[in-house]
Design a binder for this molecule. Structure first.
Ligand code: HEC
Length: 139
C-alpha cells in the first residue's frame, strides 16, 4: 500500500477539482452564504489575521495565496470545513471560531466550496501542491 495507495484513495475521496465550472459556480454560492462573512468577500481574511484576538482565538485567515489554506492536503481542508479545527486537524481542546459545517453543508457542497477557493490560487501555488503534497502521508 503505502503512499501510492493513500494518494489514490484520497484523490477519489476528495473529488474537489472534479466538477469544473458547475462545481465552482455552486461553490461560489456556498462561499458567499457561509464563509464570506469571516473569510472575506474576496477571500482576503479578517484584518490583522495573524494577530490573536482578545478572546485568545485566531481571526479567519485569507483563502487566497497570502493565507495558508493552500498548505493543506485536500482531505485536511475537507475535514476542517466538515468538522472544524478539532483533532486531528488541531490540538485537543483547541478553541477556534471556525464552525463545523457537517449539519449545514452536504459533502458535495463542501467539495464545491473548496473547488471555488482553489480556483483563486496562482499557478505557483498549484505547482507547489503538486510537488509537495504528493509525498505527504500525514497532514
Ligand atoms: C464565524 C467565522 C467563520 C466562518 C463563517 C467560516 N470560517 Fe473558516 N475559519 C475561521 C477562523 C477563525 C479560522 C482560523 C481557525 C483557527 O486557527 O482557529 C478558520 C479557518 C479555516 C480553514 C483553515 C485554514 C488554514 O489555513 O488552516 C479553512 C479551510 C476554512 N476556515 C474554511 C472555511 C469555509 C470553506 C467556510 C464556509 C463554508 C468557513 N471557513 C466559514 C472562521 C470562520
Amino acid at each position: 500500500m503505502g503512499v501510492a495507495y493513500y494518494i489514490q484513495t484520497s484523490r477519489v475521496a476528495s473529488g474537489i477539482d472534479a466538477g469544473g465550472k458547475d462545481q465552482i459556480a455552486l461553490g461560489r454560492m456556498v462561499y458567499e452564504k457561509n464563509c464570506a462573512a469571516c473569510h472575506g468577500a474576496r477571500l482576503e481574511g479578517q484584518p490583522n489575521w495573524q494577530r490573536r484576538l482578545p478572546s485568545g482565538r485566531m481571526p479567519a485567515p485569507p483563502h487566497e495565496d497570502t493565507g495558508h489554506t493552500w498548505h493543506h492536503p485536500d482531505r485536511v481542508l475537507f475535514g476542517i470545513v466538515k468538522y472544524g479545527v478539532v483533532p486531528p486537524y488541531g490540538p485537543p481542546g483547541y478553541q477556534s471560531d471556525m464552525p463545523a459545517f457537517q449539519l449545514v453543508l452536504s459533502d458535495d457542497e463542501i467539495r464545491a466550496v473548496l473547488a471555488y477557493i482553489k480556483s483563486h490560487w496562482s499557478d505557483k501555488v498549484v505547482q507547489w501542491r503538486v510537488e509537495t503534497l504528493k509525498n505527504l502521508e500525514q497532514p
